[in-house]
Design a protein around this ligand. Sequence first.
Ligand code: AHG
Ligand code: MN
Ligand code: MN
Length: 334
Amino acid sequence: MARIGTTLTRFIIETQAGHPAATGEFSALLAQIGLAGKMVANDLRRAGLINILGLTGETNVQGEAVKKLDTIANENFVKVFQYSGLVCALASEELEKPVKLPENWPLGKYMLLFDPLDGSSNTDVNMPLGAIFSILRYEGKGGLPPDSELVRKGTEQVAAGYLMYGSSTMLVFTSGKGVNGFTLDPGIGEYLLTHENIRMPARGKTYAVNEGNYHKWPAGTRRYVDHLKEADKATGRPYAGRYSGCLAADVHRILLGGGIYLYPGETDKPEGKLRLLYEANPLAMVVEQAGGKASTGTHRILDVEAKALHQRVPLLIGSTDDVSLAETFIQGKQ
Ligand code: AHG
Ligand code: MN
Ligand code: MN
């Protein structure tokens, strides 16, 4: 049982006390993410009442139809960081190019990449949603970072995490020393520590994948998913299928209970659907910090060379043994 009563602010102050060189900026940055989460959660709670469901009529840089709530969530994130003095550049799923924040320079040494609203197909049906974030540090002395500075390998993240808007709102993050989860108490507007030092089991009993794509997958992926559905007491099969359509929520279930989430490459789309910099990398950092594993099927996600801001990547993420087994199928070893 976690030390209920520890607020996010208190936790950050305590953690910072162990780092004499910490300036407090990083802590303030996490607090601002928490604030963006409160603002979005507040909108989501009343979404059906205030005409913010449905589409805007626009298409984003990914070629996806933009929901009103995608735009609102994106604006909330930009708003809480614009004059924060904490972040010199932002990149978002909903913005073609990074946004530079000269008003925060030279104070703000962090760069924030985010998916402001994850699982947007769930907005109109009262299902879980999330937000995913990745934090990088920019050491450059010469001025604001060029766009290329935001396109970095996952191992360079200094912190990462997600917000989850489910039956409760949660903030789960890592700064490289384990993973902790906070639940928003809406009555007092505070995030309280509820999931201290989360550790994943080495194997689970559930899998999450959009099985409607089965016939688009390469043979190895199909064989792996078939394998999970076979009955075998000794290995706990068949696994239970659980897929919400919200990556943050599906990974959250697996982070707490074990198992595997897959958004694999497809025969005609080998890079899959998910974005490396603000979906796969941050969740890979969280899961690895909790003792799990994240892979493309052939390589560790955090080692994937980043080449473009909106680059896509196949993702297998979850319990170490489950992801390792999936790799053997995908690599044709089974
Ligand atoms: P987003 O809403 O940010 O575009 O992300 C949607 C992602 C992810 O949340 C989810 O796991 C996956 O796309 C769902 O895709 P399918 O509808 O193809 O299953
Ligand atoms: Mn997403
Ligand atoms: Mn999104």
